[in-house]
Design a protein around this ligand. Structure first.
Ligand code: MG
Ligand code: ZN
Length: 190
């Protein structure tokens, strides 16, 4: 079977605002650019995989069930925008910094697991995140990396391959694996 490229996405601060350990359903709100950008990126041939540290579970702030409910609410809104996505596209590390797991970013374990399950070509894939730990995990998994700097404030050196100020920027800079250039694939919301 042919391996496919993926876009590995951090969740909080990338798809939904990071309100500080978001887990309440009222905070499962998409950034305005999420649907149009992710629609184009999926149409261009990328598998969308959301990779999220949720140490609030280990810290006893909420339960894994709450994370799954939150993810389901995000997925439902994306589906309403025409994006094909289910719970299987979401990968969660519930551990804390001292649990010594292999899946908490900046470790690459969760990206590698997602890549195995979805038959992903890592060297053709990209990781987008708003934190150094996202970029480090993406680099260690063998993907190219994109810092999402929504505030446009100057950033410390991150070593990212690219910097974007929105998910639309991300859609614009991704190479198209086959077929139509990504920027030609405009999202139609009817
Ligand atoms: Mg984040
Ligand atoms: Zn973990």
């Amino acid at each position: 079977m042919k391996l496919r490229p993926a876009l590995f996405l951090d969740r909080d601060g990338v798809i939904n605002p990071d309100v500080g350990y978001p887990h309440r359903l009222q905070d499962a709100v998409l950034f305005d650019d999420a649907i149009p950008a992710l629609y184009r990126i999926q149409q261009a041939g990328y598998v969308l995989l959301i990779i999220s540290n949720q140490s609030g579970v280990s810290r006893g702030m909420f339960r894994l069930d709450d994370v799954q409910r939150f993810n389901d609410a995000i997925a439902k809104q994306l589906r309403q925008g025409g994006i094909r996505i289910t719970r299987k596209n979401f990968f969660i590390c519930p551990h804390g910094p001292r649990d010594g797991c292999a899946c908490r970013k900046p470790r690459p374990g969760l990206l590698l697991k997602a890549a195995r399950q979805h038959k992903i070509a890592l060297s053709a894939s990209f990781t987008v995140g708003d934190a150094l730990s996202d970029l480090e995990a993406g680099r260690r998994a063998g993907t190219r990396t994109i810092l999402l700097n929504r505030t446009r404030k100057p950033q410390k050196k991150t070593g990212a391959n690219y910097v974007a100020s929105s998910l639309i920027d991300v859609a614009d800079l991704l190479p198209v694996p086959h077929g139509t250039p990504s920027r030609m694939l405009e999202h139609h919301s009817e």
